[in-house]
Design a protein around this ligand. Structure first.
Ligand code: PLP
Length: 359
């Protein structure tokens, strides 16, 4: 697991895996396997409450925001958000189309109302992000939606975009809790667990409570954030195991890592370790992202030919490094280095890359 560079699900910290293994056998406080503990138990209610508290501490989140643990992945948020904020609004939602995942977020919104693609990076191969002077925001948009880190192409916004007068909505699936951000600049942030937080099955939503003052009348209850809020995220059977792992990860972030600034510093070091090798061997490796938009989470690069990429993957596999094949939509190589992957693993991959390049 220490050399697993998979893009999704990501590698998790060893202490979290050990705690999870123990919990599958028996949760110490309960004496039952986590797989058989009722989601209606007091123990689980307490687990959810503690996890929410820890997330609030990590983000320094004010009470004007709710934290929800939902299902349906980040993909369901592509629909739930425009159902809440665009349907019947008579306004236009603005979307940044900066890569594979933000492109996927647009068609579900178009079913709910008018959408304007404010910027489209497809012509530039999704290798860079827009500059400030390329973004001409409408003054009265229903909201602006963007993806902070494009998992497939490895491009990442290093500051928040949009104007504070327009609701800012962000898919942080692949960089949530990897660095600090100011939650009060956002109206809704969502992230599935299976990158930095845990296994698939649970998706975190941080939503400004006032967004729920005006909800369209005809939503099925399960797609209405208010139903989940009222039910304290136990509207229907939640993924207890996945939430248990998230609880361990946020504890680890708080107690072992020391918070999001410390996590960010470590993630910066990890990413720099790989980009340094890419830049050192330009005849062998070509980084995909423009240097100023390089992702700290997904380091995407190519070699000159498909044969060389196959040889590289074989060389890396022989050294124990797995999960490096690029996303099927883009090809090439992708080293995903989420929170849970230790610096030592990244240093090992850097050595493997140097050795392959003949260094
Ligand atoms: N958004 C981003 C940034 C992603 O990386 C992914 C998948 O990896 C998704 C959305 C889709 O997530 P899910 O499979 O949880 O629906």
């Amino acid at each position: 697991n220490a050399l697993n560079f998979s893009g999704g699900p990501g590698a998790l910290p060893a202490v979290v895996l050990a705690a999870t293994q123990q919990a599958i056998h028996a949760v110490p406080e309960v004496g039952l396997s986590i797989l058989g503990i009722s989601h209606r138990s007091d123990w689980f209610a307490e687990l959810l409450a503690t996890t929410e508290r820890d997330i609030r501490t990590l983000l320094n989140l004010p009470d004007s925001y709710a934290v929800l643990f939902l299902q349906g992945g980040a993909t369901l948020q592509f629909s739930m958000i425009p159902m809440l904020l665009l349907r019947g609004s008579g306004r236009v939602a603005e979307y940044l189309r900066t890569g594979y995942w933000s492109a996927k977020s647009i068609p579900p919104a178009q079913l709910e109302g008018a959408v304007r693609v404010l910027w489209d990076g497809e012509a530039s191969g999704f290798r860079r992000l827009p500059t400030a002077d390329e973004l001409h925001y409408a003054p009265d948009a229903a909201y602006l939606h963007y993806v902070s880190n494009e998992t497939v192409e490895g491009v990442q916004f290093h500051q928040c975009v949009g104007r504070d007068e327009v609701r800012r909505i962000c898919d942080m699936s692949s960089d949530f809790l990897s660095r600090p951000f100011d939650p009060e600049r956002f109206d809704l942030v969502y992230a599935h667990a299976q990158k930095n937080l845990g296994p698939a099955g649970v998706t975190l939503v941080v939503i400004r409570r006032s967004l729920l003052d005006q909800v369209p009348p005809d939503l099925p209850e399960i797609l209405d954030y208010r139903a989940h809020l009222r039910a304290h995220s136990i509207y229907n059977t939640p993924p207890v195991l996945a939430i248990y792992v998230v609880a361990q990860v946020v504890r680890w972030l708080l107690e072992d890592i020391g918070g999001l600034a410390a996590m960010d510093a470590l993630n910066q070091r990890k990413a720099a370790t790989l980009y340094r090798v890419i830049d050192q061997y330009p005849d062998v490796y070509e980084g995909w992202a423009a240097p100023e938009h390089r992702s700290l989470m997904n380091v995407v690069f190519r070699l000159a030919t498909a044969e060389q990429e196959a040889a590289f993957l074989q060389h890396a596999a022989a050294a124990g490094c797995s999960g490096l094949r690029g996303h099927r939509a883009l090809g090439g190589i992708r080293a995903s280095i989420y929170n849970g992957l230790p610096l030592a693993s990244v240093e090992r991959l850097a050595e493997v890359m140097e050795a392959f390049a003949g260094g």
